[in-house]
Design a protein. Structure first.
Length: 384
């Protein structure tokens, strides 16, 4: 084999060392860091924490309009503000996206169209015709995901029989079972438990003809098979779960589920424990909190019931009451934001003795759920 080493050309490294590129004494960088520190400190709340806004898409305002119409308790002013928010975010092709700069997406587009229609927008309005054309190009309602179809089912626009069954008895399974609610993430079980209650009652509202969505079904609603498609192979996890779902649906009308009453009571208790005093709402996240409001109403809680009133008040904390652009956040993240802000300020040179950092750490320690984080931070960082 010939010796190729003589022909090799040594090229300079494509990525220079950080120490060569960014000098610690660089005045421009130092000024930028100082401005960032000042900006962050200016946004600190009086009690020491930080909480930035989480900006998302239009689906939250759309879902809330659907919820108000499902409750038959429409706040006209709030609905107008939600509609303004939705219309501002309609894309040139008629649809709506789920992230800034993204393409039109079927779930966001159908929800927006439905919300606009419920609010009284004419289906013949130019922006509605453009939205409808966009939705139909994407396959219409049958192409939506299961969670989105559930909100349509609550308003009679999608058949419950084509939605997956969510047996509330799952809350009674022992911890050693292959499936258990505590084997899924906190947010997942917080969304699933109220959904299981909703799935039991199926509290459907009937809409007048002009509010319905027949025009968004490419093949119509009478003869179309809207079941979730199975995989071509006989054995796949998808087919397995679809067959399990078929079994649940077969058992339901036979009324041979003696644990149903007990499971409903346990699911209600589980939910109430997590929305009481000291809580910011079920999992403090929009989908779980909205599902919780629906589940409470399905269980018979009235609007004036203290439990429901608190859940509704917690949900309203997600509203961003901007006169020019009302919007809804999916969650609040004071613990997360405060921890990240402490780390950023400390690592950028702010003294651990700075009053702002001391106040922020005190705030975190005061929240029992963050104690472990603080201990770990003290151990690994050495500056808190």
């Amino acid at each position: 084999m010939p010796n190729l080493s003589k022909n090799l050309i040594v090229l300079p490294s494509a990525q220079p060392e950080v120490s060569e590129s960014y000098s610690a004494t660089d005045q421009e960088i130092a000024r930028a860091i100082a401005r960032a520190q000042e900006n962050l400190l200016r946004q600190q709340k009086p009690d020491g924490h930080w909480c930035g806004e989480l900006i998302v898409d239009s689906t939250l305002c759309s879902d809330y309009i659907l919820f108000m119409h499902w409750c038959r308790e429409v706040d006209a002013q709030l609905q107008r503000r939600c509609i303004r928010h939705i219309l501002k975010r309609q894309l040139p092709d008629g649809g709506w996206n789920i992230y800034h700069g993204g393409p039109s997406e079927i779930n966001a587009s159908v929800k927006a169209y439905f919300a606009l229609k419920l609010a009284g927008c004419s289906a013949d309005a130019p922006f509605m015709r453009e939205a409808r054309a966009n939705i139909m190009r994407r396959g219409g309602i049958p192409q939506m995901n299961t969670f989105s179809k559930l909100y349509l089912a609550l308003l009679g626009q999608f058949p419950w029989k084509y939605l997956p069954a969510i047996p509330v008895e799952m809350i009674l399974l022992p911890s050693w079972a292959p499936f258990h609610i505590y084997k899924m993430s906190s947010w997942s079980r917080a969304m699933l438990m109220p959904l299981s209650i909703i799935n039991h009652f199926k509290p459907t509202r009937i809409l007048p003809g002009e509010k319905q969505l027949h025009e968004l079904y490419p093949l119509g609603t009478e003869q179309a098979d809207l079941r979730l498609p199975r995989s071509e192979k006989f054995w796949t996890w998808r087919n397995f779960f679809l067959r399990v779902d078929d079994c649940f649906k077969f058992l339901r009308p036979l009324r041979i589920l003696p644990l149903r009453r007990r499971a409903l009571e346990e699911a209600e208790r589980w939910m109430l424990e997590r929305i009481g005093e000291g809580s910011d709402g079920l999992a403090a996240v929009y989908p779980a909190m909205l599902n919780c409001l629906i589940a409470l109403r399905a269980l018979g809680y009235t609007k004036t019931n203290p439990v429901y009133a608190k859940a509704e008040k917690d949900f309203a904390e997600l509203f961003v009451d901007n006169p020019e652009d009302f919007r809804i956040q999916p969650c609040l993240s004071p613990v997360w934001d405060t921890a990240i802000s402490i780390i950023s300020l400390a690592e950028s040179g702010v003294s651990p003795e700075h009053p702002a950092l001391q106040k922020a750490v005190d705030w975190l320690i005061g929240n029992s759920s963050t104690t472990i984080f603080i201990i770990q931070t003290r151990t690994t960082r050495g500056w808190c």
